[in-house]
Design a protein. Sequence first.
Length: 295
Amino acid sequence: MGCYGCMKCMVTFINMVTILAGVLLSGTGILLLAKGHDYFPEVDYYSKSLHPHGATLIILGICIMVLGALGCYGAFTGRFLTCYFYIVLVIALLETTAVVYAAIRRDSLKELVMGQIKMLFEKVNNDTASELDLAYVSTVQITLKCCGYVDGPGPGGLGCLDELGRPDPGTCGPSYWSLWDMDNKVPAACCGSRASQHSIAYYCDRYDPMIRHTPCFQKLDIFLVYLFWAMQGSVIAVVLVNLYLMIAVKRMRLYMYDDDSDYPYTEYNDYEPMTQGTASEGHTTKSSGFNQTWL
């Protein structure tokens, strides 16, 4: 019974953490719907651009909460453990596939992400970006403390060469924003702040002492390497937890079948710890009584 109790507690604890993760994820989605403009001022207050992202987080959080609740319910009552087992198995297989694919195609995925981010920077520089594009670019520049994209001298990298004609990273960042060269202005994110695109504070002077000179390309290249490793490590950890859950659920089911006399009576089985027969008959019999329809 001790082994069964330990597994039951661990399965319950893991699923309680899963429920908490789902709550946090759904809460983030609700916050994004209600106050997204406060965190991404580039998006207009009345715009619904952030609604799909918020709704996705809410739905994903609810799914995670349902999975955690199913695991807790199964651990306490013994019901739906088979269903829970196969759900966790499918999730583990998908996660394993994603890890293997990411490991094999890491360089290609990195180039794809870099290309998408470069395209966002170009849209902003050409004044063809949407609200979300502006928010993404500002987030990248503020998070990585960089300015502009620029992966070397060329279009959009005007002024990136020093007196000897060599690439000069110290000037590449601000000079990327050629759209505002005549006004000596660059996006405020280059100076570490963000504001509404319709506000004067959305721009900062390219000679501001707070301006960042390092192009985002250099920092993105390093950041994505660490990000991919962190994501792969996190997914592997989740896969290991899922494997433990599958093993624990399997052993719990075997324990219930093999020694149902120690399994507590519930409305889902017909076992009652009592003896049948009389003393005059000279024998007693125990009702096996375990209703295997608990699944």
